[in-house]
Ligand binder design. Structure first.
Ligand SMILES: [Zn+2]
Length: 306
């Protein structure tokens, strides 16, 4: 034999072992745009997937900085799951183009536009000019704040993971069912809070709370933004203050990344309370997963309007 160098033989053996091990434990590599998609993908994927997310829960998902490190994540991804409806239009094309990964490019097996599985609300009638500032020109993309849509997200991941990794379909099916069971149990726990919220007039900063309102029955009487994505103008604030006074709205809801001082001004003029709620997993301390996101947002709102 020509090759009797023991170290070299050892190296070849170790390399072979590493290749075998990586094949045996090959997990689907899932990258999501938001933490909410990440959390549900991880719940359904369990130990059969490795998941990561681009945006953080405390960032405005409309405006994420396209960092080079995100391109590296996408180069290796088997699945790219995103909210869709142009939520990621400002940064996603740059990352997808940069990744040059046909699996997750448009038309690829891992290109997962989650909005395609959702009943979308606020779809504009007729043409909408994005140049006028409306960031929801294809309809409202904030659908994850309704638990029924959380279930739709989980079922979509089940279908996609099973399609790409059929041998683990049983595990994905069991994980998805466990997620729905946990969500159903959690929903029972917040029924009293939903009763307290139903019909109560509220002001929201952005239309991100529309699906949450559909679910909870809260009545959004005004938005701080004159149109989605456009900051409040002084004249618009006059309209909001009038709406708060005429409806008796007791609370102004906003995300941590909006300008609380402006909401404080309206609160001071009207006696309403400003309530900062997390729009996503990881958006505020203690919001560790999708269930705590829904539970805490509902509980905090109920405590103010009750
Ligand atoms: Zn939005």
């Amino acid at each position: 034999m020509l090759d009797m160098d023991p170290l070299r033989t050892f190296r070849a053996g170790a390399l072979l072992a590493a290749v075998v091990a990586s094949t045996a434990s090959a997990q689907l590599r899932v990258v999501t745009s938001t933490t909410d998609l990440y959390d549900i993908a991880q719940a359904v994927g369990g130990d059969k997937v490795t998941a990561s997310h681009i945006g953080e829960g405390y960032q405005d998902p409309h405006f994420i900085e396209a960092k080079p490190s995100f391109v590296l994540q996408l180069q290796r991804a088997d699945v790219w799951a995103f909210v869709g409806l142009d939520l990621e239009i400002g940064w996603m094309p740059l990352l997808i183009d940069g990744a040059r990964n046909p699996r997750i490019a448009f038309g690829g097996s891992g290109y997962l536009d989650v909005s395609r599985a959702m009943p979308v609300i606020d779809i504009p009638r007729g043409a909408v000019d994005r140049s006028l500032g409306d960031v929801h020109s294809l309809g409202n993309p904030h659908y994850w704040l309704d638990p029924e849509n959380g279930r739709r997200m989980a079922r979509l991941f089940l279908a996609k993971f099973s399609e790409l990794d059929a041998k683990n379909t049983a595990a994905y099916t069991a994980n998805e069912k466990a997620f729905e069971d946990r969500l159903g149990a959690a929903e029972k726990g917040w029924q009293a809070d939903l009763v307290a919220i139903k019909g109560k007039p509220v002001v929201a900063w952005h239309t991100s709370w529309r699906y949450f309102a559909e679910y909870t029955g809260m009545n959004i009487v005004a938005y701080m933004e004159p149109k989605p994505g456009v900051p409040p103008s002084p004249s618009h604030l006059v309209t909001v203050i009038r709406a708060v006074k005429s409806t008796g709205a007791k609370v102004i809801i906003l995300e941590p990344f909006y300008d609380k001082k402006v909401a404080d001004f309206v609160a001071k003029e009207t006696g309403a309370t400003v309530l900062v709620l997390s729009p996503s997993v990881g958006g505020m301390p203690g919001i560790v997963d999708y269930l705590t996101l829904m539970q805490k947002d509902i509980a905090q709102l109920a405590a103010v309007v009750r």
